[in-house]
Ligand binder design. Structure first.
Ligand code: KIV
Ligand code: ZN
Length: 512
């Protein structure tokens, strides 16, 4: 019988720690529902003690999701752990994930604690957590750079205190596959009670080896849980990517011989949803979910695929949710067709009101754009979820004038706390003029650190999806906007980023 590999998704916690990727409660809930559809075993919904917003997000997810275990991160102290337990109260199956750093560097420089103090705190926090929930995961942060003898001592002690999962993070992405696999194997062999816990891998992608390291931890080390994120989202170079792990284990079942609960048909929708919500665009050549992942441009490849698909394809695009027939709806499509397509895409709207609002937006878009693609629907729904929150700023209309040899001018109408305001400005180009027009009213003083435009479905007829990243007083946020007019999309993205800057989520960083 094949062993089961547990898929632990941390998009909503570790993924959210990427600069600018922070999500609202409703955005997190929507992604959590998609992860449940994907049949992820464990969803790390957030870090409940880090802010009231995250507490509410973990709580809402714990109350709404029934088929996946819901987990909250917590530092190794009673306050964090109690807060996590409180947020998880409504969960069918809840897990507390507590962590403390164990590497010499982190203990000395960051925690300013001795190894004995760290050992005691680790034991005490697992004991405390086990009194609140039955499912407790422990992570020695920067575990891979820790001293093997000390790590064995800590992990043996926390298993004795009742930790049910032991996760070994390569926090800084320093590992290489063979050594990481061997590291997990050694821990499991040397720790006398290692068989009392499930072993888990958690790899960061600083050297581009997060997926390879995780797979080595599974194959060579015997780990049976992988921690990963959709699109590999995460701090710095990101985390191990869920879609790559899942499809590697599935496609190479001959080698890994492991079973998973995951239903890969929902992967592409999950990828789109995470990318649109966070503003982190997926690179076209990204495995499994990149726009080119199944595209065959060269004549030889096309010819081969037409003769026999498996000449150049090791997976089927439709098995991970790429639809063959991409033009889906038009302006004559009715509400039922729209609803059905949304269901096929894995998007569930909570109420008739939400569905009606999304359908109205769909009709508005269909009046301006004859062919509506799946990507348009996903963009429209994700904007819908953003605009449902009581936002400070909302786009109304825009006009601009640009002519070769002349300086462009723009005038933007938007609402500010419900009141309509008009901004006017010149700029280097029409986008610059439009954003300056908004800024002339808002005066946020924010610095723009990224601006990118992406054609949602590939051609000039498609909608433009714009991401704007703003930085202000140490906070970084991403705003996303889509529209067939990229200047309007830019203004929407800018207003969405300003809204995020407005919502003051003072968070405690997990690695802090
Ligand atoms: O990378 C890391 O060490 C973490 C821990 C908090 C588990 O994310
Ligand atoms: Zn991490």
């Amino acid at each position: 019988m094949a062993d089961k590999l547990i898929i632990f998704d941390t998009t909503l916690r570790d993924g959210e720690q990427s600069p600018g990727a922070s999500m609202t409660r409703d955005e997190k809930l929507r992604i959590a529902r998609q992860l449940e559809r994907l049949r992820v075993d464990v969803i790390e919904a957030g870090f409940a003690a880090s802010s009231n917003g995250d507490f509410e997000a973990v709580k809402a997810i714990a109350n709404a999701i029934k088929d996946s275990t819901i987990c909250s991160l917590s530092r190794a102290n009673d306050r964090d752990i109690s807060r996590a337990a409180e947020a998880l109260k409504g969960a069918n199956s809840g897990r507390i994930h507590t962590f403390i750093a164990t590497s010499p560097l982190h203990m000395e420089k960051k925690l300013r604690m001795t190894p004995d103090q760290v050992l005691e705190q680790a034991k005490q926090s697992v004991r405390f957590a086990r009194n609140l929930v039955a499912d407790v995961e422990f992570s020695p942060e920067d575990g891979y750079r820790s001293d093997m003898d000390f790590l064995c001592q800590v992990l043996e002690a926390v298993i004795a205190e009742g930790a049910t999962t032991i996760n070994v993070p390569d926090t800084v992405g320093y590992a290489v596959p063979e050594l990481y696999g061997q590291f997990i194997k050694t821990l499991r062999e040397r720790i006398p009670n290692s068989d009392k816990a499930i072993w888990s891998v958690h790899c960061h992608n600083d050297l581009g080896m997060a997926v390879a390291n995780s797979l080595a931890g599974v194959k060579l080390g015997g780990a049976r849980q992988v921690e990963c994120t959709i699109n590999g989202l995460g701090e710095r170079a990101g985390n191990c990517s869920l879609e790559e792990i899942v499809m590697a284990v599935k496609t190479r079942k001959d080698y890994f011989n492991l079973e998973m609960n995951i239903d890969p048909i929902h992967i592409v929708a999950a990828s789109r949803m995470v990318s649109q919500t966070t503003g982190f665009v997926v690179q076209p050549n990204k495995a499994v979910v990149g726009a080119n992942a199944f595209a065959h441009a060269s004549g030889i490849h096309q010819d081969g695929v037409l003769k026999a698909r498996d000449t150049y394809e090791i997976m089927r695009a439709e098995d991970v949710g790429w639809s063959a027939n991409k033009i889906v709806l038009g302006k004559l499509s009715g509400r039922n067709a729209f609803k059905q397509r949304m269901q096929e895409l894995g998007v569930v709207l909570e109420s008739e009101t939400e569905l009606n609002a999304a359908f109205t937006r769909f009709k508005e878009l269909a009046d301006r754009k004859s062919e509506i693609f799946d990507e348009d629907i996903l963009a429209l729904v994700s904007e819908e979820s953003v605009t449902q929150d009581k936002e400070q700023y909302a786009f109304v209309s825009l006009s601009q004038h640009s002519e070769t040899g002349e300086r462009p001018e723009a005038s933007v109408v938007f609402t500010m706390a419900g009141k309509e305001v008009h901004g006017k400005s010149e700029g280097n180009g029409p986008v610059d003029a439009s954003l300056k027009a908004i800024e002339s009213i808002v005066e946020s003083g924010a610095e723009m650190v990224l601006y990118s435009v992406n054609a949602i479905s590939g051609s000039t007829e498609s909608q433009g999806e714009v991401t704007v990243r703003l930085q202000n007083s140490g906070r970084v946020v991403n705003g996303v906007g889509s529209d067939p007019d990229i200047i309007v999309a830019s203004a929407k993205a800018y207003l969405s980023a300003l809204n995020k800057l407005q919502s003051k989520a003072d968070r405690v960083a997990a690695q802090g």
